[in-house]
Ligand binder design. Structure first.
Ligand code: LAN
Length: 717
């Protein structure tokens, strides 16, 4: 099968981390066949295995002998993974999973009269069909149960792509929608998209109160204090709401109005629909405070002063333009990419240069796999995957055998550090950027605390010293400036608002999105990086670094639960959080297990927690539900990725129960395929507590790392 894929004509073009799928061939027959196969296997894992990209790269398919020793397994695993590297040094991979991103792009393409090429449209529709659930609906993400948000959005997107309402798939979807109350029960972000299309009325949306941006900045609820993703999504949303941006009506829109609701469109009570949300979708319930606020802003809409509205909308458009330029039109994420495109079309028209630039960037988000063409959750996870790859290979001690790989990866990391400040960043509420590293590419440019920290860790061990002392100092300065008063580190910025702002979370589908909170993972990475820096450069900002580490450690300790675990916010879940918790504390000098010594109680408790969750087959497996319910829930089967995190943690703590570690390692060895790869199992990433996201690289990089650590510790095996 793998060789067939090479004849599909699709390949990934990559430059400085930018990822664009291109096709050089007219016939896509093989690809079609493969994509259909994905759908036909009823019981199959919903996670594709990034088969297309990998088949275009893995030329060396010589059947290697199955590894007999851990050392051979490590070699085979790196040998396989290294082949996935792009020319520019980064490790490309599937970053799909959420099901609310691609329909947004299809809607934007329709509304802005900017059609995607036919082949893309075809593959996008296939992706939607591949992820339809048996009950006819779609979830918030590929593994989630059907929701109104997912189902209406994919339904509408398929219709916009030319699928007839009478097709069996769409009929089934429609039944699901009607049975669950019709599209008036779609959550607010869905109401927003439908209003743009004219398939729902702006009257049925709570006010997005554009004037909020004109309020004094010292107010605790000023939007500049929101988590950057929330801020950057509600900015263009407020623009569209303020202008009541609505597409010109046409036959298809009229049909959709007839298809999506339980009562005739003209009879819908819009005011009543504002707060309706299907039970399947509700992760957070609107609080009384939010309801009161909505009442006020909805009333304001009736009186709104034209002068203020105009001023607010101009201010917002200026903010949209700034974000476009600062990110080279990539934008912070896939949602504001889509929304900004719609605003730009509205403000400057279909033929404007700005819209063309947006259009060009849509392709940076599209990813092709054997389940069709999807929209990635970001413009890629380039830097993140590459910094882990280097650390894993380094732990194996095999850099010399893979010099080319490591050199190119280091080169990519070096080039990705931000070295010039974002233009007028303060005016546009951005934290400093110089010295930081982004999650994806330099062109994207938004630096992140833990991406900066992980890249620093790698650069501190670079034998070539590619980045000199000066640039390392800049990274330290930035990390110190990011630290919160509670001692922790948030994701992109310092926490800017009070915790009670969460009471105003208007998205029914996500939790904890209003402010940027301190996270265990981010805090641990920053503590690790600062601790490492301090040992090599004891003279630079010595006291501040010392204080920062102490505060960071206190924060991490406070996050530990009574059972010894840490909750992970950005991957599933307690095994991930606990890995970071333990590595952070150990880097700061907490005691691991050592003969004749008592380990630090935090470390002991964490190890005991992990040991208590080991499965009979030696592996660990955690369900996505852990993230939602905030308690450890077992997956039906052990997961390679969870097992690797648990093993990395236990070994870093030098846990004395060798049998536990050996059985975990044996599980990994058993799972490895002959070519060195590992099978793709369940989804492993998460955000905002409710949405899963694919990190396809994790199935390679973490077993490499864990096996390498095993080999290092028990060299003879
Ligand atoms: C990411 C991806 C990377 C991730 C880590 C660096 C791993 C984490 O340690 C900190 C948080 C961060 C940066 C993160 C935050 C939320 C993101 C940006 C994402 C999960 C990728 C996609 C997601 C974004 C919010 C998706 C768009 C959806 C909206 C609700 C706006």
């Amino acid at each position: 099968m793998t060789n067939n894929l090479l004849t599909t004509g699709w390949f990934l073009l990559s430059k400085h981390g930018r990822q664009v799928w291109e096709c050089n061939k007219e016939s896509k027959a093989d690809l079609n066949e493969m994509i259909k196969t994905f759908r036909d296997e009823e019981s199959r894992n919903k996670n594709s295995s990034d088969g297309i990209y990998r088949s275009t790269k893995v030329a060396d398919e010589r059947e290697m002998d199955s590894a007999q020793t851990v050392s051979e397994a490590v070699y085979n695993a790196i040998h396989y993974y290294a082949q996935l590297q792009a020319e520019d040094g980064h490790l490309p991979g599937d970053y799909g999973g959420p099901m609310f991103l691609l329909p947004g792009l299809v809607i934007a393409s329709y509304v802005t009269e900017s059609p995607l090429p036919d082949a893309h449209q075809h593959l996008i529709a296939e992706y939607f069909l591949n992820h339809q659930r048996k009950d006819g609906g779609w979830g918030l993400h590929i593994e989630g149960v059907s929701t109104m948000f997912g189902t209406v959005l994919q339904y509408v997107a398929l219709r916009l792509l030319g699928h007839g309402a009478t097709s069996p798939e769409l009929q089934k979807a429609r039944q699901w929608i009607l049975k669950h109350g019709g599209a008036t029960a779609i959550p607010s972000w869905g109401k927003f998209y439908l209003s743009i299309l004219g398939v729902y009325s702006w009257e049925g949306c709570n006010s997005l109160f554009p004037e909020m941006w004109l309020l004094p900045k010292w107010l605790p609820f000023h939007p500049s204090r929101y988590w950057c993703h929330t801020r950057m999504v509600y900015l263009p949303m407020a623009y569209c709401y303020g202008h009541r941006v609505t597409m010109k009506e046409n036959g298809l829109i009229q049909e959709l109005r007839n298809e999506l609701f339980t009562i005739p469109y003209e009879k819908i009570n819009w005011e009543e629909s504002r707060n309706s949300c299907a039970a399947t979708d509700q992760y957070t319930t609107p609080t009384p405070l939010l309801r009161i606020l909505n009442l006020c802003t909805n009333t304001y809409e009736k009186l709104s002063l034209a002068k203020w509205r105009e001023k607010a909308l101009n201010y917002i458009l200026d903010g949209i333009n700034a974000e476009d330029e600062q990110t080279n039109f990539i934008n912070l994420g896939p949602v504001n990419q889509v929304l900004n495109s719609i605003c730009i079309y509205h403000a400057y028209g279909k033929n404007s240069d700005r819209l063309k630039k947006h259009f060009g960037r849509w392709f940076d988000y599209l990813w092709l796999a054997e389940d069709g063409m999807k929209m990635n959750g970001y413009n890629g996870s380039q830097l993140w995957d590459t910094v882990f790859a280097v650390q894993a290979v380094r732990e194996s001690g095999r850099q010399k055998e893979f010099t080319d790989f490591t050199e190119r990866a280091l080169d990519f990391i070096e080039k990705s550090q931000v070295q010039t400040e974002v233009k007028e960043h303060k005016k546009y509420h951005r934290h400093d950027s110089v010295g930081g590293w982004p999650f994806s590419t330099l062109e994207h440019g938004w630096p992140i605390t833990d991406c900066t920290a992980e890249a620093m860790k790698v650069m501190l061990e670079d034998p070539q010293k590619r980045i000199g002392d000066h640039r390392l100092k800049k990274a330290v300065d930035l990390l110190l400036s990011f630290q919160n008063n509670d001692g922790g580190w948030a994701s992109y910025e310092k926490t800017r608002g009070p915790k009670w702002l969460e009471l105003l979370n208007p998205s029914e589908i996500f939790g904890n999105i209003m402010i940027d909170y301190s996270y265990t993972e981010c805090s641990s990475a920053c503590v690790q990086a600062l601790a490492k820096y301090r040992t090599q450069f004891p003279d630079y900002r010595q006291r501040e670094i010392g204080r920062s580490i102490t505060k960071g450690v206190n924060f991490i300790r406070k996050q530990q639960r009574a059972d010894g675990s840490w909750y992970g916010s950005w991957a599933i879940c307690f095994t991930y959080g606990t890995w970071f918790g333990v590595e952070g504390l150990l880097a700061a000098g907490f005691r691991p297990y050592r003969p004749g010594e008592i380990p630090s109680p935090e470390i002991k408790a964490a190890c005991e927690f992990l040991v208590s969750k080991q499965n009979k087959d030696g592996g660990w497996g955690e369900s996505f539900k852990s993230c939602l319910q905030k308690e450890y829930i077992f997956h039906e089967e052990s997961q390679i990725v969870n097992t690797s995190w648990a093993l990395l943690t236990l070994m870093e703590a030098n846990y004395p129960g060798k049998d536990v570690v050996k059985r975990g390692t044996d599980y990994l060895l058993k799972k490895q395929m002959r070519n060195g790869d590992f099978p793709q199992q369940g989804i492993s990433g998460v955000f905002n507590h409710s949405c899963g996201i694919t990190y396809t690289a994790y199935r390679n990089v973490f077993p490499i790392w864990a096996l390498a650590r095993y080999q290092k510790m028990y060299a003879s095996e």
